[in-house]
Every structure is written in C-alpha cells, then in structure tokens.
Design a protein around this ligand. Structure first.
Ligand SMILES: Nc1ncnc2c1ncn2[C@@H]1O[C@H](COP(=O)(O)OP(=O)(O)OP(=O)(O)O)[C@@H](O)[C@H]1O
Ligand SMILES: Nc1ncnc2c1ncn2[C@@H]1O[C@H](COP(=O)(O)OP(=O)(O)OP(=O)(O)O)[C@@H](O)[C@H]1O
Ligand SMILES: [Mg+2]
Ligand SMILES: [Mg+2]
Lengths: 229, 229
C-alpha cells in the first residue's frame, strides 16, 4: 500500500535557518498492517505522518501510495486521495470550532458529495459507535479534551478509509477509554483490513500493534515486531 | 493554600440543556503539596482546574485561595491573582500563534509590568532550563506537539508562582521527556515549596506525586496517598 524511499524533509525557519528533520526514510507497509511509530518529542513523527497523509511533500525521496507516485498527482487528485483513501487523526485534533461535533464528523462525507442528510446520518452512527452520541450537538469548546480527541477519531473513520494515520490518538485519554479506542482500531484492522499507522509514546498502546517503527533524530532505528514477548 | 467547599458546576448548552458536571467538591490543599488528579475522560478534571485557576466560577460552593474568598474578588484582582500566584498549563497549550516561543513565555512577566528586555531574559532562561533554548525564535506551528507543550510549561513557571495547575502536561511527551518534566516539578516542589496540582491519566506520572485525588462523574471518589507501595 505504502512505499516510501529515501524521504528527507527540511524546514527553513523565518530566520533563514535550515532545519533538517527527516534524513532518509525507507518504509514499506502492506495493506492490512497495524504499525505503531514511537520516538522522542521532536524526532519527526508528525512530519513523517504529514507526508504519508499527503498533507506535506518531502524535500527529496519518493512516496508511492496504492501504486501512484504521490509527487506526480495534481492538487485536485491529491485532495481526492486525502478525502477517500486516508483518515487522519491530528495530534492537535483540528476540529472546526464553529461547527458541531456532528458536522465536524460529517464534513469528509459532505466533501465527497454525499447529501447533507445522509452525511449526518452516518456521522451520528460513527459518534455513537465511539460512545459520543449524546454530544453530537456540542461545539468543540463544550467538550472535554478527550472528547474532542474522540470526535477527531470519529471524523477520521467516517469515510471507512483504506488507511488511517493516527497521531497520538490517545494522548488525552484515560487508560480505559484509550483501550476502547485501540479496540476499535484493532477491530477495523482485523475485520475490514484497514491499514493503521499509529503514533504513540505509550509502550502499552504500541504493544497492541503488530509492527513497531522507532524514529530517532529523523531516521528509523528499529523496524520489527511490536511486542517482544 | 486552597480550600474548596461544596463546589458544583453546571453548564447550559445552546439547546438549553442543563449539564451538571461537578456535584459537590470538597478539597483542602496545603502549601507545598504535590497532588495528582486522575479520572476518566469527561469526569470534570479540567472544569475543576479552571475553577481552581480562577478562570471560571462555580455554580455553587466556596473557593478560598491564600485566605481570600475568590468569589469576592473583582475582575482586576482576579487577573492579578492569576498572573502572580498561579501558573496554568492548559490541556490544549493555548500558545499565541503569532508570537514566538520566547514572547509566549515572556508574556506573564510583561503583563506584570516587567520591562520587555528583562522579561525576554527571564523567558530565555526558562526555555533553556526546559531544554528548548534553541527554539526561542520559533512560532508555535514550527514546533512539534511536545515542544509546544513544553513551551506552555515554561510559560506557567516563568513567574515562579506559588501554585502550578498542570492539566495533562505530559500528554504529548515520550516517557523520557515526561520524566524530565516531572523532575522539574518535583524539584520546584521540594526546593521552593511550589504547590503542584497535576492532572494526568498515566499512573506512572501520578505515582510521582505525594497525594492522589480521583474524580468520577464529577465527585471525588478517592483522596489519599499517591503511591500504594
Ligand atoms: N461549555 C460546556 N458546555 C457543556 N458541557 C461542557 C462544557 N465544557 C465541558 N463540558 C462537559 O463537562 C464534562 C467535563 O469536562 P472536563 O473538560 O472537565 O473533563 P475532563 O475530566 O477534563 O476530561 P478529559 O480527560 O477528556 O480532558 C464533559 O462531559 C464535557 O462534555
Ligand atoms: N515549520 C517548521 N519549521 C521549522 N521546524 C519545524 C517545523 N515544523 C516542525 N519543525 C521541527 O521538526 C522537528 C520534528 O517535528 P515533529 O512535529 O515531526 O516531531 P514529533 O516527533 O511529532 O514530536 P512530538 O512527539 O513532540 O509531537 C521538531 O524539532 C520541530 O521543531
Ligand atoms: Mg508530533
Ligand atoms: Mg480535560
């Protein structure tokens, strides 16, 4: 599904300073895999996720997604891929503040041309599946941090995407709620072969994936089985 | 330092629905204590922290802080208390997006009337103490999630407040960086008798406090020693 070769990413700060962040990432992920990514704060996890999610382009290297060279896609095609193929849970949630939880979750469907009524029906079902049905009418600032995070997860899953990229999706959740969320990812992975790439800094969460990739200072230092026992 | 009696908090949603969140909180915390608060997502932790931080007022009950009944303070006095006495690390960081990390950390000092030059000097020292000296000139969107969280922590500590309220300050941090942050809190607590109230959902972090308060559905269900071994 995913074939990343020689990916580098450099930023340039306003001061004109060059900040190299990823230094040559090679990664091949097959459909249906469940991969955890771990690494220190600042090691490049979100940067890599943004490239995998077609939200950012690498400075060098090649990214082939479902057989397509992503750098060859035009903006409209890229947007379609992001909408239909990829579900992204952002580290900072990125909910739209003036829309209700329901309409935030319905947004990808509306963007795909689904009728507003049907989009809301499916969004409501998704919120109920995640235990937040009663919060459908709330605005993001009327939700707790963990509730906002779960609305962002519901939004990422509502299109039933082939690939879910989840950037620290349980960072604001207590242990029990975290496990319920991971149960959902595991279920979708096992039953619908949804490919899951999950950034986490909690070893217990990473242990529930099949494969672990460790990132350190912008390079992969481990790529193998998740649980060692 | 803190005396909370009979605190309740109800919200009213736009639909006019009454949402009772805190149902009678009694809590007494002495100067120099290190308290962890745990509880499920949605149990009311941030709501309680906002009341303790004088950012929100309770629906009923009394809050006495350093001998003053908070409800009797006028807006200007409340703002002064928040600025000088309390350092708040928000669950969502709340950094100002158009200011650099340095100026975000300097802001409480500037607000207290410290000269811009001196405020920046102290802010830079605070950032270096937390390991982020080289990021002083970055904007928040040029920082990783965990780096933004640490800038928020630096800002909370820069006034050397008597009370630090930290709402999930390690939620976006890897284990090693989390421990470094908690080391800083422990040091300030032991050496400068800074009172620390820390919301966390990670048992390992909570175990580093002296006292643990568990919140469930808006009531305290446990208030005692943190580590049981
Ligand atoms: N403005 C509001 N209007 C209505 N309900 C609200 C509002 N703000 C918060 N709530 C509700 O109050 C409850 C407690 O919220 P709070 O943010 O205190 O939870 P929390 O314990 O901090 O959760 P988390 O661990 O997810 O951060 C939640 O169910 C939330 O939906
Ligand atoms: N726009 C930018 N300009 C300059 N540097 C940036 C920019 N965005 C990110 N960085 C830097 O790139 C590095 C990697 O950032 P990234 O967000 O990928 O880290 P991360 O592994 O996700 O960290 P965390 O665990 O804290 O979320 C960081 O040192 C960060 O400061
Ligand atoms: Mg990140
Ligand atoms: Mg909270």
């Amino acid at each position: 599904l995913i074939d990343v070769a020689g990916i580098t990413k450099d930023y340039v700060t306003p001061g004109g300073v060059d900040v190299p962040v990823l230094h040559g990432i090679d990664l091949a992920i097959r459909r249906g895999e469940f991969v955890a990514i771990m690494g220190q704060s600042g090691s490049g996890k979100s940067t890599l996720m943004n490239i995998l999610g077609c939200l950012d382009s690498p400075t060098a290297g090649r990214y082939v997604l479902t057989g397509n060279d992503v750098s060859a896609l035009r903006d409209g095609q890229l947007a379609a891929v992001r909408n239909k193929t990829i579900g992204f849970v952002f580290q900072g949630f990125n909910l739209l503040k003036r829309m209700t939880a329901l309409d935030n979750v319905a947004l990808p469907l509306a963007y795909a041309g689904v009728s507003k009524r049907e989009a809301r029906r499916r969004a409501r079902a998704q919120l109920e599946r995640i235990g937040l049905g009663e919060f459908a009418g709330r605005l993001p600032n009327q939700l707790s941090g963990g509730q906002q995070q779960r609305v962002a997860i519901a939004r990422a899953l509502v299109m039933e995407p082939a690939l879910v990229l989840a950037d620290e999706p349980t960072g604001n959740l207590d242990t029990q709620t975290s496990n319920e969320i991971i149960d959902i990812f595991v279920k979708l992975n096992r039953e619908q072969h949804m490919t899951v790439i999950l950034v986490t800094h909690e070893p217990d969460i990473a242990a529930r994936a099949d494969r672990l990739v460790r990132l350190k200072d912008g390079v992969i230092t481990y790529d193998g089985p998740a649980a060692t026992g």
